[in-house]
Design a protein around this ligand. Structure first.
Ligand SMILES: NC(=O)C1=CN([C@@H]2O[C@H](COP(=O)(O)OP(=O)(O)OC[C@H]3O[C@@H](n4cnc5c(N)ncnc54)[C@H](OP(=O)(O)O)[C@@H]3O)[C@@H](O)[C@H]2O)C=CC1
Ligand SMILES: CC(=O)N[C@@H](CCC(=O)OP(=O)(O)O)C(=O)O
Length: 347
């Protein structure tokens, strides 16, 4: 098995911590170095006590000469950072896997409109490959820069794409209602993520204006060949991890629930991280917590002829670090499950 040297930029964030958790147990990884923009020289485990004897190296300053020497560089930084940081590294040696939204949207004007930040250079965006592993592994394999999907898009797309591609549901009336745990907002505290304001509460945010709307629409066009405008709204749930996305779509004439289930099962038959759940009572964020699984459930409402389509993931794993490592595995010809074969922590 190959001996992969990995650098992580943004190691101190939630995505970075999850990368460390999985890469530490990854058989093909022989070196993990950690980079910071604000805490150079700090011994990592002195900041994160759960990593004593596990990640005791000091945090390093981000510099190109050092980064160029790795086989893979993961960047897990806020949006607007890698659009500037990564261009000089593209094609220089390391495979680049970016967990932020900076390289997902192919249209720079769309990025600037939805993120309200300056877009990356177009010629670099054009080289980036959208890392929705189950749908794009052939392109991921040789990509120099991977745009790892957003957390919500991962749950939404994995559950909807098969049904849209096979024209079993009507794309014109897609309504998606998604909920996330608070770690989705990262480690920087804010008013809305403050414990006393988020706890014992449930709120909607970024109404009809979430930055994942164009990402989902772009991927539906790319992988299902359908151009559509979706209704997509997001909610904050007082829990740490997990995303549950519920979509509603009219089913096409003569389509039955068995057709929908069979389509999902056939699509993901050879994909170890996607599970088609048939008992709704086993569908919950705690059934995938800490793991790289995406659980999918579908049911038709016979009165309205609309399908309810549910996707469940751990936002920090399948929605971020887990999928990023899955993409790394594809690039290094490793089984996709390498380093990710963990049981969800249900209790
Ligand atoms: N949380 C989630 O569920 C998901 C997050 N994402 C995306 O992944 C990225 C990381 O998310 P998350 O880990 O939650 O974010 P966090 O806010 O938890 O961590 C981001 C880290 O980036 C580093 N950073 C901040 N500014 C800079 C800078 N200018 N240059 C370099 N590094 C910087 C910081 O570390 P330091 O100060 O040490 O440099 C910080 O710890 C984001 O773009 C996010 O949108 C994607 C999917 C899911
Ligand atoms: C709960 C919560 O606040 N979640 C964040 C997830 C954003 C994210 O991961 O941002 P990018 O994918 O665009 O990088 C949000 O809804 O904005």
């Amino acid at each position: 098995m190959s001996a992969v040297k990995v650098g992580i930029v943004g190691a101190t964030g939630y995505g970075g911590l999850e990368l460390i958790r999985f890469l530490h147990n990854h058989q093909a990884v022989e070196q993990i170095d950690l980079f910071t923009s604000s805490e150079e020289g700090v011994v990592f485990s002195s900041k994160f006590g759960h990593l004593v004897n596990i990640a005791d190296k000091p945090l390093q300053k981000i510099d190109y000469e050092t980064l160029e020497k790795f086989d893979v560089v993961f960047t897990s930084t806020p949006s607007g950072v890698t659009s500037e940081l990564l261009p000089p590294l593209v094609g220089k040696g390391p495979k680049l896997i970016d967990l932020s939204g900076d390289y997902r949207l192919k249209d720079p004007a769309s990025y600037e409109a939805w993120y309200d930040k300056k877009a990356a250079p177009l010629k670099i965006i054009e080289q980036s490959v959208y890392g929705l592993t189950e749908w794009n592994a052939d392109n991921v394999k040789n990509a120099s820069l991977i745009a790892n999907p957003g957390c919500y898009p991962t749950a939404v797309l994995l559950s909807l794409l098969p049904l849209l591609k096979e024209k079993l549901i009507d794309p014109s009336f897609l309504v998606i209602d998604a909920k996330s745990g608070i770690s989705g907002a990262g480690n920087k505290p804010s008013q809305t993520t403050h414990f006393s304001e988020a706890n014992e509460s449930f709120s909607i945010y970024k109404t009809n204006s979430h930055q994942h709307i164009p990402e989902i629409e772009q991927a539906i066009s790319m992988f299902a060949g359908v151009d559509t405008a979706i209704s997509f709204n997001t909610h904050l749930v007082p829990m740490t991890r997990g995303i549950l996305s519920t979509a509603y779509a009219p089913v096409m004439p003569d389509v039955t629930e068995s057709h929908l289930v069979a389509c999902l099962q056939a699509t993901y038959e050879k994909h170890p991280f996607v599970r088609i759940v048939t008992d709704v009572n086993t569908l919950a964020t705690n059934r995938v917590r800490g793991s790289n699984y995406c659980d999918i459930f579908v049911k038709i409402d016979s009165r309205t002829r609309r399908a309810t389509i549910v996707g469940v993931i751990d936002n920090l794993v399948k929605g971020a670090a887990g999928q990023a490592i899955q993409n790394m595995n594809v690039q290094f010809d490793l089984p996709q499950t390498t380093g990710l074969d963990v049981v969800p922590f249900f209790i």
